[in-house]
Structure formats: C-alpha cells, structure tokens
Design a protein around this ligand. Sequence first.
Ligand SMILES: [Zn+2]
Length: 412
Amino acid sequence: MFNLLQFLRAHLIKCLLLFAILLISSSFYTTSEDWGFFGHRRINRMAVFTLPPEMLGFYKKNIEYLTEHAVDPDKRRYATKHEAVRHYIDIDHWGTYPFPEVPRDWTETLMKFTDIYAINTTNDTIHLFGNGVMSRIQINFSKKTSTYQSFFVNNVLNNYYEDNWWISCDSLNQLLAEPIDCQTAFAIDRFSQHGILPYHLLTAYRQLISAFKAQDYNRILRNSAEIGHYIGDAHVPLHTTTNYNGQLTNQLGIHAFWESRLPELYADKEYDFFVGKATYIENPRDFFWNIVLESHLELDSVLLIEQALKKEFPADQQLCYEERLSQMMLTQCEPFARAYHARMDGMVERRMTASVKAIGDVWYSAWVNAGQPNLKNLTARELSRLEQEEREEIEQQFRSGSPKGRAHSENE
Ligand SMILES: [Zn+2]
C-alpha cells in the first residue's frame, strides 16, 4: 500500500492527465446509441403519418408514446444480455455479399451454426454435430436433415434462452443409430454473438400481429414502438458489419457520427419525411433481409468517404468541443460533418426516410394480417404488476448500469 501511495504521489499529474483523456475519449465514443435517441424517436413519429385512416386515429392519439418508447429496446440492453444481439448483424463475418452461407431462416441458421457435444463417463468431450461434423454421425433414419431438424427443434431450440444450453442424453441417443456413453450433453451457439437482427425482426413482426389479433391496446403500442426501433437499426450500414465502429479501419467514432451526429444536425432542417402511404408487405422475411442487404451495400461508401475526408481536412478541424446536456463533448466539427454529409449525397436522409416508410409498411401489414381489427373502440388497460415491475427495472438499470453484451456504438 505504501509503495502504491508513493507511486501515485510521484505520478499524480500523469494520473490526472490519463484520467482526463479517458473521460474525454469515453464521452466521445459513447455520445449516442443507434440512430441516436433523436433519430429513433423521429423515425417512429413520422411513420404514423403513412397509415390509412382506419389506423391513423389510434396511432395519432398515441404518437407521444410511440416517440418516447422508440428507444426502449436500447434501454433494455442494460437489463438483459439477450437484447444487444437483436440490434445488429455482422453479416460480413460470414462471407461476402449476398451471403449465401447464411440461411435466412432462424431455425436453419441456428442448426447450421450450433455445435452439440456430449461428455461421457470418463469425462471426454465428444463433438457430435455442427461445423460439418453432422455428416460423420450415423443417424437412426434415412432422411438425415429432417430428422436432425425435428430433434433440434424439440430438444435444443426450446432451451435457447437458458444460461446453460443443456440437452438430454436420452434425446440424443434416440437420434443416433448407435447409442453413445453420455453423461451430459450441451449445445454451443456460434451464431448469435454476431447479431440476429433480421431474424428478430420477423419475431417482432409476429408479436405485433398477435397483439392486433388479441386487440390488446398496450401490446399493440409496445410492439409497434419496438419494431420501429429494430427497423431503424436495420437501415444503418454500420449495424451490418464487424467493423461497426470503424475500429478495424482506424475510424473510431464513425458509428455515432453517421447515425446520430448527422441526423441531429440536418434531419429537422433539411430532410423530406414525406414518404407516401404505407403499402402491404407480401413476404416479410425477404422484406427484412432486403433492408439489411441494402444497408450493407452502402457500407463501403460510409467508410471510404470518411477516410478520404480525414486526409483532406486538417487534423485540428475534425473534432471540436461542443456543449451537450451541460457537458463539454468532443464531436465532429460542423464543417467536417457538413462535408461528409454532402459527399454521401443524401444517403443518411435516404436511409432515415426509408426507415419511416418501412415502419409504416410493417405496422399496416401486421394489422391487415390480423384481420384489420377495429382500433377505434380499443381501450388501454392498467399495466399488470409484472409489466410495471419490468418497466421500472429497465428504467433503473438503464439509469445506473452499463449495457450487457456489445454496445454497438462503442469502442470495445
Ligand atoms: Zn438499437
């Protein structure tokens, strides 16, 4: 302890300096979440005006809720570790455009990228399925894939959210032609950590349809607000890559620059949010995947244009201090931001307004698929105690904690 004190005294100035640098860099890299809270709120709000008259009244009446709760999924990242991966997909981790290696179906994907192991009575671990191993195992029936699929759906997939992904030895041995010595068995998911955004969009879409079918005022609103968030995320090129904050190309901070700084500077003054009327989505899965793939096609421009500009702009004119919420924050200088924005030739506006239209389309299609319930007579119900507690827990964790899993806009 004595030595440490002596050391600290001798290096006090250095320590303070280091602390100051850490503070500055953390405020720089954590200024915002995806699309910023500003962007998500604006996108959900504008989506209301795409709706047909049968829906417009209900959504307009609740426009403040839809605006405010557009950021709930980001807040929930502080409360549960399962949330973060729903906001992105590092699609380039798996190959190159258009990524034929990645099945568009969730069960198929998880089957493909989940390893299954057994531990025998002498404590050896045996790799049974996954990563190409499946072909070496002799399964009970002739139709290997469909048999494996029903085993996977019935005995593996249902435990996806458990902390430890155990599988029963009995179910394994029913599958295998030759029973194995199995004490315990478990699965390892190699996929989800790289993001599950397009799959989660389909889940959220089904939840919204079921809320409409149940004519549940609260759930319709909650699911509408939340799917709006994920649709917004899917429109951001940096939500579709391993290089999500430019950390692999020496462009740290580009995530918040593109999706928060630029919309905050220009959306209200310069963007045209008139996107027309919501239209019906024939194939929701393709619809969600197309959004992600389109976003990914813009990724090169997002990165290359900033790289080029950084070389052209004097180093001391790229980052400036600005007051935000009575704190001095380091952020991109306005002229630098303006130049980046201009050279992308409307890309941020296009992705933001496309988000608005897509949200309208999704809300409308979910309502149609639920049989167009009459929304005029619905009434809000009191939140149940469980819902109330969940709400408070999310708010409290958000205010006091740090995100679980990857905070997509931060440098980690
Ligand atoms: Zn998000």
